[in-house]
Write a protein that binds this ligand. Structure first.
Ligand code: CDP
Length: 212
């Protein structure tokens, strides 16, 4: 039987790092579902196609190959913005969710992170975590990440962006970002990566013991 861990939360809450660490710890396959939305968005941008045509966006979503997803080629800010625009379209979500669900069944277990994993993609996941942090802390993390790569960054613009992305992700009609009723909340505002990992691990271990 496959065991699935669902990790949801807003932009820059620390889901990515945490999900990778958890997948490694338990020997599970990991899928960053944000990359599936980004890949479909990049395909549209590269082809010069509009971002507001649901049928066209659905075609691109159906062609996304999970095996080839690479954050380094999908990390551009414009791709993230375009991803969150097409993520409001039900046909796009249907196409990508189907591929994500297929992935979630891999043996021996999977970790999926995104916005709607515990609520829509894997409602029966063994463990659900909702990772969050204050908008200020999340904007600061994004800022440090960009500066750390040697690029210039504007904190006020990033903060504004984090708030706008939250509004779009939480306000959409189809699969809005929200914690599943049975999700464990993990606020990482004042936690180091290691502390967040340890907190997640205790929650997962406790949940796994109950399942056995
Ligand atoms: O930019 P960030 O890393 O925070 O986001 P991402 O995980 O790369 O996802 C980009 C966008 O895809 C999000 O803002 C969401 O609008 C959308 N998304 C979604 O709707 N559902 C998911 N399961 C994952 C991402």
């Amino acid at each position: 039987m496959t065991l699935t861990i669902a990790i949801d939360g807003p932009a820059a809450a620390g889901k990515g790092t945490l999900s990778r660490q958890i997948a490694e710890e338990y020997g599970f396959h990991h899928l960053d579902t944000g990359l599936t939305y980004r890949a479909a968005a990049k395909a549209l941008l590269d082809a010069g196609l509009p971002l507001d045509d649901e049928a066209v966006a659905e075609r691109m979503a159906l062609e996304v190959e999970l095996a080839g997803l690479d954050r380094s080629v999908l990390s551009a800010h414009a791709i993230g913005e375009a991803a969150s625009k097409i993520a409001v379209m039900p046909a796009v979500r249907r196409a990508l969710v189907q591929a994500q669900r297929a992935f979630s069944r891999k043996e021996p277990g999977t970790v999926l992170d995104g916005r709607d994993i515990g609520t829509v993609v894997c409602p029966d996941a063994a463990v659900k975590l909702y990772v969050t942090a204050s908008p200020e802390v999340r904007a600061k993390r994004r800022f440090d990440e960009i500066v750390g790569k040697g690029a210039a960054a504007d904190y006020a613009a990033i903060f504004d962006d984090v708030k706008k992305r939250d509004e779009r992700d939480m306000g959409r009609v189809d699969s809005p970002l929200r914690p599943a009723d049975d999700a464990h909340l993990l606020d990482t505002s004042e936690m180091s990566i290691e502390a967040a990992f340890q907190a997640a691990k205790s929650l997962i271990d406790a949940a796994l013991i109950k399942k056995i």
